[in-house]
Design a protein. Structure first.
Length: 246
């Protein structure tokens, strides 16, 4: 993502839906002391963690700010060289509004780069939990265009979203990204701690039903345990587009 966005020393980078900011910190290291990274998210607790980790790493070029990814018009226009989003764009209810705000914040010729999941079939480590919870919570299947983990994963969908936003020179690459952990139980722990979407899907379940769902997920994911540990199928897409010049 950083390479496609051409992030280097001195760049000003906007991180949209930054979460706890692991990629924000990596970007801050990459742009150096003459560069700047603004990490934005709607979760203040996550941004506080990102800021604390940046201070611990001795980085003074990373700033955090609580901003909805669909309300980026509060930022000065043409004030960044690049924008990144790691598994954030997929969850915006209005992805075009988010992309419009990102493009507005970038200078002409600036680059937008995003990481998203590809299809459910190629991301069983995540799609299996989604399927099990959906069945147990009796949730309807997602509608076309509805936000969700695989909303931009089908062939040509991410490219079309970027093109609709007015971006040019669009490129999308598939990146095999197997999830390697010690066991299926460790994968479930990781997902329980990191994937808020799964918890949102379980809102209508009782505590006992949630516990049963997690147990069923662990049993289903155990098929991916090998002699070398858990290897969960995962494939990401990394897309980039360039903001049009006037």
């Amino acid at each position: 993502m950083f390479d496609l966005a051409r992030i280097g020393p001195g760049c000003r980078v906007l991180d949209v839906a930054a979460g706890a900011g692991e990629q924000s910190i990596s970007a801050a290291r990459r742009v150096g002391t003459n560069g700047h990274v603004l990490a934005t998210d709607i979760a203040p607790a996550l941004l506080e963690r990102a800021a604390a980790d940046a201070r611990k790493a001795g980085l003074s070029n990373l700033e955090t700010r609580e901003i909805d990814g669909e309300a980026l018009d509060v930022l000065p226009a043409a004030s960044f060289d690049a924008a990144i989003s790691r598994v954030g764009l997929i969850y915006f209810p209005d992805q075009q509004r988010a992309l419009a705000g990102i493009c507005r914040a970038l200078r002409p010729g600036g680059r937008v780069a995003a990481i998203v999941y590809s299809t459910a079939d190629n991301n069983a480590f995540f799609s299996i939990p989604v399927r099990i919870i959906r069945e147990r919570a009796q949730l309807p299947p997602p509608l076309p265009g509805q936000p969700g983990p695989f909303s931009l994963g089908a062939e040509g969908v991410l490219e079309a979203a970027f093109a609709k936003a007015g971006l040019r020179d669009i490129e999308v690459r598939k990146v095999p990204s197997p999830v390697k952990l010690t066991s299926a139980a460790e994968c479930v722990r990781f997902e329980r701690e990191s994937f808020g979407a799964l918890h949102q899907m379980m809102v209508g379940l009782s505590d006992a039903e949630r516990a049963q769902a997690w147990q069923a997920i662990e049993e289903a994911l155990s098929r991916f345990e090998t002699v070398d540990g858990f290897v969960g199928p995962c494939e990401m897409l990394v897309g980039v587009g360039v903001v049009q010049r006037p």
